[in-house]
Structure formats: structure tokens, C-alpha cells
Design a protein around this ligand. Structure first.
Ligand SMILES: N[C@@H](CCC(=O)N[C@@H](CS)C(=O)NCC(=O)O)C(=O)O
Length: 222
């Protein structure tokens, strides 16, 4: 196992455009660790200088927890903020991302290439899902998050307090997915809207030679 005192020779991030790899990339940026992006996302392999084989880790939360535990303890808050931190480790991929996956599914149904006489049916299903489920739930979640940013300990501004933590990094992916689906997002949820602006873009482009495409680039409805 790697420790802060081990030498790492290489961390490879298996990358996919507009994917959860974004938050792992941001984390690697915060930790000032070198990254070599490759295939699928997000998976990392870590090659320690003194180890025969690389360590391979999948699942965003596992990757995040491993990296902050070994290389970035300052991204894990203490005391009352810690409980919020643990909460967001589950909330981001559990409650919030689950909702965004339903929104993605609805969008897929709406834009599916079907026979023209079936189109009113698929459009109707998508509209009902959007109106009855996704829109009201999204409003509930985003209002809650706006309030969380305002009331977080020590003046707030970040999800667990007044400083960046691993939780903010993990939240970026579902938040970006939400931004592209809510019209006038910046006016309704100004504090939440500012979160995605903290993403690192330069480092990925420099490391990979590829253009970084944020998930919020494409506007999609509900
Ligand atoms: N819960 C997993 C989800 C991983 C996941 O679904 N990744 C997507 C990109 S965000 C992916 O690899 N999709 C490509 C595919 O399924 O082939 C995590 O947090 O790592």
C-alpha cells in the first residue's frame, strides 16, 4: 500500500469525456499529483516506485477516499464538519446522482429515434417523468444545497465549511449535470452555481493534449 512517504512514479486516470473522471482530475490537481489520462472512467492505477504491480482502484468515492487518506488529509475536515463530509460522500453518488440519472434517462426517451406515430407516446412519457418527478425533486435538492452552502460551519461557502474539501470535489459531477437542465440556474441557485467554476481545466489539457469538455457544455431539458 502507498503511504505519503512512498515514492509514486505514476498515477494513471482512465478518462472519459463528460464523466465522473472530472472530479478525480480536480482532486489530483488539488493534491499536486501527476496524472496520465487514458481510457475509461473513473479508474486509477497507482504505480509505487517500490511495488511490482500497480494498485488499481475504481468507484469515484473509493478513489477519492484513498487519495485524500494517503496524500491530502487537509481535504478531510475535522469535528462538526466531518459529519457533513461523510454525508456528502454518500449523498453525491446516492441521492443526488440517482436523480440526475433519471433526468438522463428521460432525455434519452425524449430524443429516441422512434416511428413518428410512436413519438407522442415517448414524448408523453418523458414529459410526465420530467414534470411529475425530476423537476420537483431537483428543486428540492437544489434549494437544500443552496441552503447548505449558506449555513455550513465557519461562514460556509463550501459544502462542509469555509474551505474546500473532498466533498466539494465529489459534488461537482452531479452539480454540473443539474446546471445544464435548469434554466436560469445562476439566478435561482447562485451559491450552487458558483461551485462548478472551481474546476481545473488547464492541467488536464496540458497532461493529455486533449480539449477538456465540461459536462455542462450541452444544455439538456428535463
Ligand atoms: N458509481 C460509479 C459510476 C461509474 C460510471 O458509470 N462511469 C461512467 C462515466 S461517468 C462510465 O464509465 N460510462 C461508460 C460506460 O458505462 O461504458 C463511480 O462513481 O465511479
Amino acid at each position: 500500500m502507498l503511504t505519503e512517504t512512498n515514492q509514486i512514479s505514476k498515477i494513471t486516470l482512465y478518462w472519459l469525456d463528460k464523466s465522473r473522471s472530472q472530479h478525480i482530475l480536480w482532486l489530483l490537481e488539488e493534491l499536486k499529483l501527476d496524472v496520465h489520462p487514458l481510457g475509461k472512467s473513473p479508474v486509477i492505477d497507482i504505480q509505487a516506485a517500490d511495488a511490482a504491480k500497480p494498485l488499481i482502484i475504481a468507484e469515484s468515492v473509493t478513489i477519492l477516499e484513498y487519495l485524500v487518506e494517503h496524500f491530502g488529509k487537509w481535504l478531510v475536515p475535522k469535528r462538526q464538519e466531518w459529519l457533513r463530509y461523510r454525508y456528502y460522500m454518500h449523498y453525491a453518488e446516492g441521492s443526488f446522482m440517482a436523480l440526475m440519472l433519471i433526468a438522463l434517462l428521460t432525455h434519452t426517451i425524449r430524443s429516441a429515434p422512434v416511428w413518428f406515430f410512436l413519438k407522442p407516446i415517448t414524448t408523453g412519457i418523458a414529459s410526465t417523468l420530467g414534470t411529475m418527478y425530476t423537476a420537483p425533486n431537483l428543486k428540492t435538492h437544489l434549494s437544500f444545497l443552496e441552503d447548505q452552502l449558506a449555513t455550513a460551519p465557519n461562514g460556509g461557502g463550501f459544502f462542509c465549511g469555509n474551505e474546500l474539501t473532498g466533498a466539494d470535489i465529489l459534488m461537482i459531477f452531479p452539480l454540473e449535470a443539474a446546471v445544464q437542465r435548469v434554466p436560469s440556474f445562476e439566478k435561482s441557485y447562485p451559491k450552487v452555481y458558483l461551485s462548478p467554476t472551481k474546476r481545473p481545466v488547464k492541467r488536464f489539457s496540458e497532461a493529455s493534449g486533449e480539449k477538456y469538455i465540461p459536462v455542462s457544455d450541452v444544455a439538456m431539458g428535463l
